[in-house]
Design a protein. Structure first.
Length: 359
């Protein structure tokens, strides 16, 4: 049986058409002024603001079931899925393959959401409402994941997927420790390492595959940097940085990460001496001055988005504008979610702004 992926991959890549659509969507995203307005609104005002934005369709569709912050959150997830499904619908040829591979990150999100839900004893509907249906898993797989009563059953559902072998090993660690870290880390590693599977290590930089590889290697680098900082800030001597290392980046080897994880200043210095230095100078200033883990991670997110924007400006007829849009859309959803939750919790605008990723 011929699948949509087979049909899509058979054609020629249509970068110009897709990037024109992406530029239009990118222009409609909230800007920093919108965020500054939102942090001063109450939950009801935020909902009304959303109804008059590009989230109006989702807000109206879900308004009879939810209200307040719940309505905002579920509308964000559904809108995110709709926008990324559009990307797949628009894309053809190798471009479709690149986008489909990258959007598997939401398969990872959904697996971790189900695992966390089972671990915490959440109801099926609560877990389902938090899924983002923008990855490769079809409704049948998602339904089987939602029907699982135990984490072992989740692992069985994923038999035959890219997560198969890593989850089998990680499940043994989970049974020994009783914590989710081994499972979540295994899922992340499988995703990133499969992104680069079968691709050349050093393609021509300005070729379509070269730009795809450059962006993915940058994301792996920043994921390794994030994991190193988390380990350094955790203070847990039992955590081995090597266990959290993801292959495929350019900045770190396993041995590098082991040594640098204990010193965030050295980590930032390594990035400043790297290929990312010219593009990320301002972001690195924030990284080096970050007082908290959240601030550091938000600066990393901003740095990766800035790098993607730089690639997009240099190579407008490539996959880079698409990935830049994906990151920017995720940033919008995360920011609005943080604002809605913060206002519901009674936080002051200045406190909420510290949680946002703003360039």
């Amino acid at each position: 049986m011929t699948t949509r992926a087979d049909r899509k991959a058979a054609g020629a890549s249509n970068y110009e058409y897709v990037n024109a659509r992406v530029r239009s969507r990118r222009a409609a995203l909230f800007d920093d002024d919108d965020y500054r307005k939102l942090v001063r609104m109450g939950p009801g005002e935020i909902a009304r603001f959303m109804e008059e934005s590009t989230y109006g369709r989702e807000m109206n569709a879900l308004g009879s079931r939810y209200d307040g912050v719940d309505l905002v959150e579920y509308a964000l997830n559904r809108n995110l899925a709709r926008n990324f499904e559009d990307l797949l619908d628009w894309s053809e040829g190798r471009l479709y393959d690149y986008v489909a591979r990258y959007l598997r990150k939401f398969d990872v999100w959904n697996v971790k959401t189900v695992i966390r839900g089972i671990y915490s004893g959440a109801e099926r509907q609560e877990i389902e409402d938090d899924l983002v249906r923008a990855g490769e898993f079809d409704e049948g797989v998602l339904d089987r994941l939602l029907a699982a009563d135990t984490i072992e059953e989740v692992v069985e559902v994923l038999d035959g997927t890219i997560l198969d072998e890593v989850l089998d090993d990680a499940f043994e660690d989970y049974e020994e420790t009783g914590v989710l870290v081994p499972l979540e880390n295994a899922v992340d590693r499988a995703y990133y390492e499969n992104l680069l599977a079968g691709l050349p290590d050093n393609p021509e930089i300005d070729s379509p595959v070269g730009l795809y590889v450059s962006f993915l290697k940058a994301e792996v680098d920043f994921r390794n940097l994030r994991n190193a900082v988390r380990i350094a800030r955790s203070g847990a001597e039992s955590l081995d940085p090597v266990d959290y290392y993801i292959e495929g980046g350019r900045l770190f080897s396993e041995s590098d990460l082991t040594g640098l994880a204990a010193d965030t200043d050295q980590l930032a210095a390594r990035v400043r001496e790297s290929r990312y230095a010219d593009d990320l100078d301002a972001a690195l200033d924030v990284l080096e001055g970050a007082d908290s883990l959240i601030e550091f991670e938000n600066a990393l997110d901003a740095a990766l988005l800035e790098y993607a924007d730089q690639l997009s400006n240099r190579y407008p007829l490539s996959v880079c504008p698409v990935f830049s849009y994906v990151l920017a859309k995720e940033r919008e959803v995360d920011n609005v979610r943080a604002i809605a939750r913060g206002r519901e919790a009674g936080l002051e605008p200045d406190e909420i702004e510290q949680e946002l990723v703003i360039l």
